[in-house]
Write a protein that binds this ligand. Structure first.
Ligand SMILES: *Cc1c(COP(=O)(O)O)cnc(C)c1O
Length: 388
């Protein structure tokens, strides 16, 4: 990849075909894919419903401007609002765009109410909200911001789990708290339900908005449509992406009626966001995801997988320190070298992906079978054993 800008340490493997939970490489090898484009291919590779939908739509209409009515957009927005807390949806093309729009909506909400200085966003230090200028400074990872100054202003930070610091950092200027319900890149750090409940109360008390970034943990990944549903709370704004497109670039920002008021015609736009082709794929993903028992099965399979992993952790506490996650968003916090662990799994034809905090992320498709989980379990066990 000589002519491609060198911003990735790429593995020397090339995949030419995918089917369900499996990927096939150019040299004819078969891999169990528990990365799935980092939680993007929610229904696995080339799901027949998605293939059918995209083929059909590709012969009808690909793209028209948002200056016209788009039926597929209305259909997907209605589906999303019916299934969730939201009253309105704005379509984008990626996670970073969706989180950046969430920031814009939060600021505009207070601005429209006459609070022109209430514009600061409080985030978790070393989180992940994307790679645009605003979202890197919102995430505040040393490696992602270095060299990209001047700093985009308007973000404050607290350490994960530090309730005191969180309360201290809230000022009259705070417009919103924006956090991932489960920190993905940060190492599958689950925010406990009781903390989410407390956070909702705190935001209400202080008149600030709650933005929950569900780009990675949303769209059924945890066994609920949104991960925050476990806590029984309602956020104000929720950016989504990854899983909603099933492999097609698609992002969106969901919001309540109250918050949407500030966003008037002309205040935001996107050339590609919400085009008929992308919307058709999104609709096909949701048609499958929202069928009876689909999400329940994700939760059951997630518990099945995590319980088996916890047994391995008990057998090899010197290799795995902790099993983290919810549903099929799983992290193994390791005591051993993470790159080596990933390398050994790769040799056994199991694909996983790294996260911060010496964590390995396991992200099977939501359509994974128990039998495929068992295959992965045997491989992980074998690799743990080799560390002894
Ligand atoms: C991946 C991710 C993003 C950024 O999505 P892109 O599509 O890469 O811009 C934002 N937030 C979270 C929580 C993510 O996991």
């Amino acid at each position: 990849m000589k002519s491609v800008l060198n911003t990735y340490n790429r593995r020397n493997i090339q995949f030419v075909r995918g089917k369900g939970s499996y990927l096939y490489s150019s040299n004819g090898k078969k891999y169990l894919d528990f990365v799935q484009g980092i939680a993007v291919n929610s229904l696995g590779h080339c799901h027949p419903n998605l293939v059918k939908a995209i083929n059909k739509q590709s012969k009808k209409l690909w793209h028209v401007s948002n200056v016209f009515k788009i039926q597929e957009q209305e259909k997907l927005a209605t589906r999303l609002t019916k299934a969730t807390f939201a009253d309105f949806v704005a379509f984008q093309n990626s996670g970073a765009e969706a989180t950046e729009l969430a920031i814009k909506i939060a600021r505009k909400y207070h601005y429209a109410k006459g609070h022109k200085n209430k514009n600061r966003i409080l985030c978790i230090q070393n989180s992940f909200h994307g790679r645009t200028l605003a979202t890197i400074f919102a995430s505040n990872n040393k490696n992602s911001v270095e060299g990209f100054g001047p700093k985009v202003e308007g973000f404050d930070h607290f350490e994960f789990g530090d309730h005191k610091e969180l309360e201290k950092k809230i000022t009259k200027k705070t417009a919103a708290i924006m956090i991932e319900t489960i920190l993905g890149e940060g190492g599958i750090k689950v925010i406990p339900d009781v903390c989410l409940k407390g956070l909702r109360k705190l935001c209400d008390k202080k008149n600030i908005l709650l933005i929950l970034d569900e780009v990675q943990c949303g769209i059924g990944r945890t066994g609920k449509f949104f991960a925050f549903e476990y806590a029984g709370i309602k956020p104000d704004i929720v950016p989504i992406a990854k899983g909603i497109g099933g492999g097609f670039p698609l992002g969106a920002c969901l919001m309540s009626k109250k918050v949407a008021k500030g966003m008037t015609p002309g205040s935001h736009g996107s050339t590609f966001g919400g085009n008929p082709l992308a919307m058709t794929v999104g609709n096909a993903v949701l048609e499958t995801l929202l069928t009876k028992n689909f999400l329940k099965n994700v939760e059951t399979k997630g518990n099945y997988f995590q319980n088996k992993l916890k047994l391995i952790q008990l057998m090899y506490p010197n290799v795995i320190e902790e099993v983290r996650g919810r549903g099929l968003l799983i992290g193994l916090k390791l005591c051993v070298s993470q790159p080596k662990f990933i390398e050994l799994l790769l040799k056994e034809k199991l694909l996983v992906v790294k996260a911060a905090d010496n964590v390995v992320r396991i992200l099977p498709p939501l359509t994974v079978s128990n039998q495929e989980i068992d295959i992965a379990i045997e491989i992980i066990k074998k690799v743990c054993k080799s560390f002894k």
